[in-house]
Ligand binder design. Structure first.
Ligand SMILES: C[S@@+](CC[C@H](N)C(=O)[O-])C[C@H]1O[C@@H](n2cnc3c(N)ncnc32)[C@H](O)[C@@H]1O
Length: 346
């Protein structure tokens, strides 16, 4: 057996307080049980080495192969990986997917932003549950965030080489995202097109639509490799008016916590997202391809897990359960206890 020790990013403690190691362990367990790895890590544990906590695990000889390492490099809290040689640590280079400079994800800062490390965790576990999991390293998938705010999920999708579609009813958020991306693409001198247009049906305005088509490098552009990000400024329950059915491989979304954001429905603004989810999930489900997965995070102080689960099940989705999957709840702050549910479309 080969022993490994994963050092977690120092930021993980800031995001999850004392739950950082537990969440990293849950995420590794989801990877291990997903079927995407050639060798599933075993003996997953937390070990204190030289006064620092590491996530430790084992793999049979000759150890993790290149593709497995490429997967595990994307663990949301991964900072550095070591092979344990006696009581020494030998560095194992990690190359996380990064089609663009990391400031695509780190520059935007605003109240109500979903933490980017958590967003990566949510995207990872959702991709791993979907039929597209074997292709998650290859780019070209479509990630939809139907409550996209200022685009943390969309930028993470771009970073992984995928396309992003967002839906957001707050026009200021959509404009802020479009403005940021345009400026960032110009500053990085990346080949792209970007435009905002109106979507009309029977001459009535249905939504404003921002679309950018970009290439990660000049070589990629020459080879015709492009990525697309689209943001629709409309109510998420009306998403079917502006999006084709089965357009997304995964849906990844962070529902309003009832603190900085409320959930907007026909009945007004609510602290609990359940009413919004009950109206929106059946619409979102139509946007998922067969075998697609929906990953949802929300604040359990305003909506119990069982009720969120019931909304997903009622829409014909199958909630994924088991070790790892049910260990993702964590405290964000005094007002927010966040949990994660992932469900699959048949
Ligand atoms: C928790 S925030 C998402 C933040 C986002 N992940 C980010 O990092 O920018 C939830 C978002 O849902 C939006 N929202 C609430 N009700 C909505 C509705 N009915 N249709 C579309 N968007 C809605 C809010 O405006 C808010 O931007």
């Amino acid at each position: 057996m080969i022993g490994y020790a994963l050092l977690l990013a120092p930021s993980a403690n800031r995001v999850y307080a004392d739950a950082a190691v537990r969440l990293a362990r849950a995420e590794l367990t989801v990877f291990a049980r997903s079927g995407v790895l050639e060798v599933a890590p075993g003996d997953v544990d937390v070990t204190r080495i030289g006064g620092v906590d590491y996530l430790t695990f084992t793999a049979p000889e000759p150890g993790l192969g290149t593709r497995d390492l490429a997967h595990l490099a994307n663990l949301s809290a991964a900072y550095a990986l070591f092979e344990r040689v006696g009581d020494l640590l030998r560095p194992v280079p990690l190359h996380p997917l990064a089609a663009y400079d990391s400031d695509l994800i780190t520059i935007p800062k605003y109240a109500g932003k979903t933490n980017e490390q958590f967003t990566r965790l949510l995207l990872n576990v959702t991709l791993l549950a979907s039929a597209a999991a074997p292709r998650m390293l290859d780019g070209g998938l479509v990630v939809l965030d139907p409550l996209c705010g200022r685009g943390t999920t969309l930028n993470q999708a771009l970073m992984y080489g995928h396309d992003g579609i967002g839906v957001e009813r707050d026009s200021q958020d959509v404009e802020a995202y479009a403005g940021f991306l345009r400026t960032w693409l110009r500053r990085k001198r990346l080949k792209h097109t970007a435009e905002t247009t109106s979507v009309r049906r029977d001459r009535k305005l249905v939504a404003r639509r921002f679309e950018a088509v970009l290439s990660p490098s000049k070589d990629a552009h020459r080879a015709g490799v492009t990525q697309r990000v689209v943001v629709l400024n409309t109510d998420t329950t009306r998403a079917r008016e502006v999006l084709r059915p089965r357009c997304a491989d995964v849906i990844v979304t962070d529902a309003p916590y009832g603190v900085a954001h409320g959930s907007r429905t026909g009945q007004g603004l609510s602290r609990s997202p359940l009413e919004l989810l009950a109206a929106a999930v059946p619409v979102w489900r139509e946007l998922l391809r067969p075998g697609g997965a929906l990953g949802l995070s929300w604040n359990t102080h305003v909506a119990p897990r069982a009720e969120a689960e019931a909304v997903l099940t009622a829409a014909g989705l199958r909630v994924v359960d088991g070790p790892g999957w049910r260990d993702l709840a964590h405290r964000v702050d005094q007002a927010i206890e966040r949990d994660v549910l992932v469900a699959v479309a048949p």
